[in-house]
Design a binder for this molecule. Sequence first.
Ligand code: ADP
Length: 397
Amino acid sequence: MYVLVVNAGSSSLKYQLMDTAAEKVLAKGVCERIGIDGHIAHKNEVGDKFERDIPMPNHSVAIQIVVDTLTDAEIGCIKDMSEIEAVGHRAAHGGNYFSDNVYIEGDVMDRFELCREIAPLHTGPHIMGIQGCTAVMPNVPQVIVFDTVFHKTMPDYAYMYAIPYEMYEKYSIRRYGFHGTSHCYVANEAAKVLGKPIEETKIITCHIGNGSSITAVKGGKCIDTSMGFTPLAGLEMGTRCGDIDPAVVTYIMNKEGYTADEMSNFLNKKCGLLGVSGISSDMREIEAGVQEGNEKAALACNILAYGIKKYIGSYTAAMNGVDAIVFTAGIGENNAAMRERVCKDMEFYGIDFDKEANDAGATEISKPGSKTKVYVIPTNEELMIARETEKIVSARK
Ligand code: ADP
């Protein structure tokens, strides 16, 4: 099936056209500066690039430009729009309204509207992306794949916070978790490398990128994850603080005179690697700082590495063991030094770390006899979204 995977942000829209039978990317690209001016960067199957500035006043126009590019006689990969058999939309937050990925029909969009309150920054743009596809391809089936769905199997004691129960009932405040598509993908890939049915595995997946989260996957199901009600919780991230004593929030608000919105902006945009190092939110620049002897850059790195180590420890306890630890996403896949900081001195957990394999960029970075395996597995959220979309759409036929 040819599935167009769409990830719509407020002013950008990433897309991939995938052939699910061959699990092949036919073309991919990104529309940027939607609502400002407009720019498309497109790559075909063999990696030829095409870029141009073109007005994109809204997401519908952006989708039309994507379809025009995909069907272009010279740079396109399909002859006609009718070859697109389904669209799969990535959505950040399904709240308590969606415990499964959904075919868009009936009251689905009304329920998705309700997610605006819990995730306003993400849901609005996702809705615009869906409306854009509906306008341009009215007869093509569409599916929403949520970052939160993989985490629906957490037990209540893992997803509930120790706040009055009525807050959960009134406002649906609980841990949801994010990056679910990525955690699900790499856990399944790790089971393949382990050579075991996923039902018999205990895997800790570390998605470490600009946003980072860790998930405990027992028997293929999520039992706990580090992000929470929002993607602000858990590890230190590019600009997000991760877990801190909640009293720090009110203390800083009082001291600095911040409103709730200002404080939210502070915690999401001014903290993390950027806030600690004072250099950048980008790990490559932080590592360059470490090389130059910058102590705050080193501290920023150490906070992240120590945070990952602690989650591995607690999730190993939660699962009563671990077969494999997986690193993925921008930092997890590319930063050998960070993986080494995390994995050294972990013999207690059965990790016999292979520094040479790690430095060489191997998939398996624990030594052959290591009781706990450590893998580096590139994530592929788009492939997961395409597979899920095909499954849901095929079930309708
Ligand atoms: P997002 O959460 O936005 O999808 P990514 O998964 O792309 O983010 O991760 C971005 C992070 O990965 C940045 O901090 C970037 O510096 C880091 N990164 C990417 N490539 C490398 C590399 N070769 N070495 C170290 N860090 C890298």
